[in-house]
Design a protein around this ligand. Structure first.
Ligand SMILES: Cc1cc2nc3c(=O)[nH]c(=O)nc-3n(C[C@H](O)[C@H](O)[C@H](O)COP(=O)(O)OP(=O)(O)OC[C@H]3O[C@@H](n4cnc5c(N)ncnc54)[C@H](O)[C@@H]3O)c2cc1C
Length: 454
């Protein structure tokens, strides 16, 4: 039970570090895309990031498996910033099929790429796995080239409010407590830290059947031979099944499975996933670190002792960032709900398209309103803290969709600043045409043969 006493901090003067047009808080996929895009559109842009690198979960959380960007026909529906980032990675740092194979149903290709998480439901997809260090470098270089001011090792601790308008953010670092003033702040913390502190309503209910609320520290094993592991799984499938069942029954967890990396001698584990913890409770975060490390030692021992390809495995690295899938979700001007995408609803303020979670549903329309808070101005929320229901969160939280939202938030913010209006009053037609010019895939009104701009 926490101590119930309170203390009062004395009020103090905070030096203004800088003023900018667009301040992006959080340098994960959404924040990196937002900062790169705002600067591309001419905005004086600052990104604040609490760790020493960009990429958030996609680098520091070891979530290097970039989920599907193609639909079930093999059409690329997430492009724009996704292409800008992925095209910059050296080819040897990307594990994924060339574009001419996307959408293939050839059984041999499906089997090969299925092992490498690039084929689902019998279709080859564009869902590559990338090297995290390479992605950090590419992300940083992109922002440097565009002239974004990066402030790393900087933790945003409070919004600066003028009534119901956010005017900037106070942050803390080794330099002390400082302020940044901005025309628009984009909350890309993933956890909605800024909108929560600004008093915007949010929610946190979960879909208990889905993994979206689970949390854990991901890790990598070195010294493995993944090809040998896949060969054994295919050639001795019955023995493989027995070994795995023995592990699962012994408490390993059915999600303790390796994921292929661009290098054959490294295996990534994004589980075992833990339930029942809050990503915004410091004691829970501490407990998840401790428990995850216990679990990864069990996984290492099991694989080393039982699975071909893992006999020389060792614990190469553990993710420096807590693997948080879900915490706060904005209550926004629009909330994306399951019925929207099962019924193929097209939003008039659509700023991007997501592949559906399964082949039964059509491509999913993402609205600008899902990033706009109710009742708070000068602020947007991009990334996994968007306004949606838990079923929708299960897939709109993924890395490519966060790139889409970050890019769109920046276009909306910059367009609003240039027009001298609040972001909630921005001309959505102008935002959409700017996004299309930047290569973002959008549903067209009518007339195009496949209904998409690409
Ligand atoms: C274990 C795990 C497995 C996953 N598997 C996949 C997968 O296979 N494929 C896929 O596409 N997606 C996957 N996801 C989901 C995906 O990684 C995230 O939803 C996505 O990275 C969210 O992007 P984001 O930019 O919104 O937030 P994040 O990636 O969380 O980035 C937020 C950034 O903000 C920073 N920040 C937070 N608070 C502050 C603050 N107060 N001040 C300054 N900086 C702050 C953080 O340090 C971080 O860098 C997985 C997630 C996890 C945890």
């Amino acid at each position: 039970m926490a101590d119930q006493r309170m203390i009062t901090e004395p009020s103090r003067q905070v030096p203004v570090f800088r003023t900018c047009d667009v301040l992006v808080v959080g340098g994960g996929p959404a924040g990196t895309a937002a900062a790169a895009t705002a600067a591309r559109m001419g905005a004086d842009t600052v990104v604040l990031e609490r760790y020493g690198h960009l990429g958030g979960m996609s680098t520091g959380g070891f979530v290097v498996y970039i989920e599907r960007m193609t639909d079930w026909e093999g059409r690329q529906v997430i492009a724009g910033m996704a292409d800008e980032i992925l095209d910059r990675l050296p080819r040897e740092d990307v594990l994924g099929p060339p574009d001419e194979l996307w959408g293939s149903r050839d059984p041999e290709l499906v089997e090969y790429w299925g092992d490498r998480s690039n084929a689902h439901h019998g279709v080859v997809t564009w869902s590559p796995t990338v090297d995290p260090e390479s992605l950090k470098i590419v992300s940083s270089n992109l922002l440097r080239e565009r002239g974004v001011k990066q402030l790393l090792h900087s933790w945003a601790v409070a919004p600066i409010m003028d009534g119901n308008e956010v005017k900037g953010v106070i942050f803390e670092s080794k330099s002390g407590r400082q302020a940044i003033l901005a025309d628009v702040v984009i909350d890309a913390t993933g956890d909605g830290d800024i909108f929560a502190m600004a008093g915007a309503p949010f929610e946190g209910d979960i879909e208990s059947d889905d993994i979206h609320h689970k949390i854990n520290v991901a890790f990598m094993l070195g010294g493995v031979d993944m090809q040998r592991f896949y060969d054994f799984r295919r050639e001795d499938s019955e023995e493989f099944r027995q070994i795995m069942n023995q592990g699962f029954d012994g408490g390993l967890g059915s999600d303790a499975v390796p994921h292929a990396m661009p290098r054959n001698d490294v295996a990534l584990f994004m589980g075992p996933r833990l339930s029942g913890y809050s990503a915004t409770d410091v004691e829970d975060l501490t407990q998840v670190e401790i428990e995850s490390r216990d679990r990864m030692q069990e996984v290492l021992k099991f694989y080393k002792d039982n699975l071909p390809g893992f006999d020389k495995a060792w614990l190469l690295s553990t993710a420096p960032q807590m693997g948080t899938r879900h915490s706060r979700r904005l209550v926004g001007v629009k909330k994306v709900v399951r019925e929207d995408w099962t019924q193929g609803k097209l939003h008039d303020d659509e700023i991007g398209v997501s592949p559906p979670p399964n082949p039964r549903s059509p491509n999913v329309s993402i609205p600008l309103g899902s990033m706009l808070p109710i009742g708070v101005d000068g602020l947007m929320a991009a990334g996994r803290n968007l306004a949606c229901d838990p079923a929708t969160h299960s897939f709109l939280r993924l890395v490519p969709q966060c790139w889409v939202m970050g890019q769109a938030a920046a276009v909306a913010a910059t367009t609003a600043i240039n027009a001298g209006v609040a972001v909630r009053d921005v001309d959505t037609a102008e935002v959409r045409s700017q996004l299309a010019r930047q290569g973002v895939v959008l549903h067209q009104q009518a007339g195009s043969p496949d209904g998409l701009t690409m």
